[in-house]
Design a protein around this ligand. Structure first.
Ligand SMILES: O=P(O)(O)OC[C@H]1O[C@H](OP(=O)(O)OP(=O)(O)O)[C@H](O)[C@@H]1O
Ligand code: HPA
Ligand SMILES: [Mg+2]
Length: 179
């Protein structure tokens, strides 16, 4: 496809790491009431794979949020476009994301969910791009660290395209005229 010339993380690598994360989460939350919250749209693909690698009884739900995405407004709240309908009081929450980049989305969301009296709110992401971080955020379960490249596939989009690709590809931003 135009602008997609290089796979950064293969389907096989993703599958392998998702299995490991599922096993780790299953051990850590044994005997506890856990709800996974997948963040739409990007997180949907990872969420579907991860939940099937967890061997505990869990609840699942989804949210769609947007953050005011630059540092000058980083103190602003997130806008919730679609909320969960699960009552999370007294439950352990694991937010499931495809990517942590600046960290703004997750920082706001984690704080927000804690105000709803969850017992704990932790973060799981399949991809982490620490080079672009603007806020200090603790990632409890990290899949794969990637360099500062714009990537698509496995849920991630460019202009709403390419989310369905099973591998994670580097976008040649020059070739696509993105700056
Ligand atoms: O760490 P940040 O800089 O906040 O960026 C990460 C967020 O950006 C992407 O979502 P996006 O807002 O593009 O929504 P989408 O999942 O619908 O594509 C990604 O899925 C994360 O949610
Ligand atoms: O590399 C990326 N690709 C797609 N969406 C994103 N949102 C933050 N980083 C990225
Ligand atoms: Mg996006």
């Amino acid at each position: 496809m135009k602008g997609l010339n290089k796979i950064l993380v293969s389907k096989a690598e993703l599958q392998h790491r998702v299995k490991e994360l599922g096993a780790e989460i299953s051990l850590d939350y044994h005997g506890q009431e856990l709800v996974l919250i997948g963040i739409l749209k990007g997180g949907a693909v990872f969420m579907a794979d991860l939940m099937r690698e967890i061997t505990l009884p869990i609840g699942i739900d989804y949210m769609s949020v947007s953050s005011y995405g630059n540092s000058s407004t980083s103190s602003g709240a997130i806008v919730i476009k679609k909320d969960i309908d699960t009552d999370i009081r007294g439950k352990h929450i694991l937010i499931v994301e495809d990517m942590i980049d600046t960290g703004l989305t997750l920082q706001h969301l984690q704080k927000h969910l804690l105000t709803r009296d969850a017992l704990s709110v932790k973060i799981c992401t399949i991809l982490n791009k620490p080079s672009r971080r603007l806020v200090d955020i603790k990632i409890d379960y990290e899949g794969i660290e990637i360099p500062d490249e714009f990537v698509v596939g496995y849920g991630l989009d460019y202009a709403e395209q390419y989310r369905h690709l099973p591998d994670v590809w580097i976008v040649d931003t020059l070739e696509l005229g993105i700056h």
